[in-house]
Design a protein around this ligand. Structure first.
Ligand code: SAH
Length: 207
């Protein structure tokens, strides 16, 4: 086992101990995806600390416990289709791809250059995730309806287009708010959206 592998297993053990993740499929996914491959070279030595790291353009890769918690809340199984808004470096998309299959993950990234780097890294590691650059507040209508969607950047309110592209019964996990943000899980019902809060969070704002 390499140092990276050893450090990753120790990190995931801590996330499980602290009850950030409980779904065995999510735990397995966190154990498998090489986070160090997604962060800039200068940060690789810190890839298995539980903290956000800079990925360029003033953006950050979320802390591992946040990726674990959000993926747990998404409640997805193999074969589900998932929309991600905010590809960043592609790490979170890879974690979700481990569970649902990379060909079922559609990710929109505002920055053309981050989208390009993430796409290359994902494909090099064998994740067939589709990455498009553009404004994710419009979702990705071509592949809707999705079983689940999540945002890794915070809008002031949940964009209507994303709500519209998730099937009834589907979940949306998103940080919402300007200065003070909360992480919410929405479940789409015939009547609208049920919403539960999962605490105060800090994400980059949606652009
Ligand atoms: N999941 C990512 C975290 C990315 S940070 C990872 O694992 O690395 C949030 C990302 O959201 C940034 O890359 C930022 O460029 C992107 N973003 C911000 N506003 C956006 C928008 N309107 N549409 C799509 N992406 C957006």
């Amino acid at each position: 086992m390499s140092n990276h592998d050893r450090n990753r297993q120790a990190l995931v053990d801590r996330l499980v101990d602290h009850e950030y993740v409980s779904d065995p499929a999510v735990i397995e996914a966190l154990r498998s995806v090489p986070r160090h491959a997604f962060v800039p070279e200068g940060s690789r030595g810190r890839a298995y600390e539980d903290r956000p790291l800079p990925i360029g353009e003033d953006q950050t890769i979320s802390a591992p416990h946040m990726v674990g918690l959000m993926t747990d809340l998404l409640d997805v199984v193999a074969g589900d289709t998932v929309l991600e808004v905010g590809t960043g470096c592609g790490y979170h998309a890879a974690v979700v791809a481990e569970i649902v299959g990379g060909e079922n993950v559609y990710s929109v990234e505002y920055s053309e250059s981050l989208a390009e780097t993430a796409r290359e890294q994902l494909h090099e590691l064998g994740y067939a995730v589709a990455v498009r650059s553009g404004d994710g507040s419009q979702g990705w209508p071509a592949h809707a309806p999705y079983d689940a969607a999540y945002l890794t950047c915070a809008p002031s309110e949940l964009p209507a287009a994303i709500h519209g592209q998730v099937r009834t019964g589907g979940r949306i996990v998103a940080p919402i708010g300007d200065h003070r943000q909360h992480l919410y899980r929405y479940t789409k019902t015939d009547a609208g959206l049920d919403r539960e809060s999962h605490g105060a969070v800090r994400f980059v704002p949606m652009r």
